[in-house]
Design a protein around this ligand. Sequence first.
Ligand code: IPD
Ligand code: CA
Ligand code: CA
Length: 266
Amino acid sequence: MARSAIINVMVQAAMKAGRSLARDFGEVQNLQVSLKGPGDYVSQADHKAEKTIFEELSRARPGYSFLMEEGGVIEGTDNQHRWLVDPLDGTTNFLHGIPIFSISIALERQGQLVAAVIHNPAMDELYVAERGSGAFLNDRRLRVSGRRKMEDSVIGTGVPHLGRGNHHDYLRDLPAIMANSAGIRRLGSAALDLAYVAAGRFDGFWEAGLSPWDVAAGMLIVREAGGFVTDADGGYEIFDKQTIVAGNEEIHRALLKLLGAKRTRV
Ligand code: IPD
Ligand code: CA
Ligand code: CA
């Protein structure tokens, strides 16, 4: 697969930050047993990765704007282009020594997602997509799963937890998916959840309460792998409504129906 200049820039930033996270992840495993625990260390690893990505992307494309999880909004001189960056998606996993975490970088041009990279350094996986050019995992072309029936499907999700998310709404949605699928998985990295949909590992995914940096890269990767991504009402206001439903055409439709049926009943 021949990579474009912009994808090369993004891959370089993600790989550099990935090497730094991988080193810090090794140290976290040692810190687990210490009295203080690895909390502060992880937040430093997160900030260091974001700084690396910011520096790499700014050097390659001076003036582009940023929306980053840690640094927030940085307005550039070029307001046609915006990077959306989550330097460490899956912080809880990272903190607990679970090797499921990722770096997520997306590029918007005039408000449209045009390029995306998700990298899991612990598993040596690199997902890339460019608008109109398909999606790839380590240079192998991706296609969403071909399963058509909910009863055969494995569905990814994010479960709200202490101090986060709407527990009531989640408990309203869960029974419908539970009762109709072959299994539910909670990876702990929304970016990887979407990458797994693109790779056909998950047949679908739903979650609420996510931010643009969690989902932007994954949205493009799923779409470029032939999948569908909308908000829970079937529209395209994913960032505003903070709900997301993804899957192949059939499972995406089935998920919307199951979630919608629950919503209108409340
Ligand atoms: C989190 C992960 C997780 C999702 C959370 C996100 P973070 O991102 O994507 O899967 O369920 O809601 O906040 O905090 O690890 O970057
Ligand atoms: Ca995140
Ligand atoms: Ca994060």
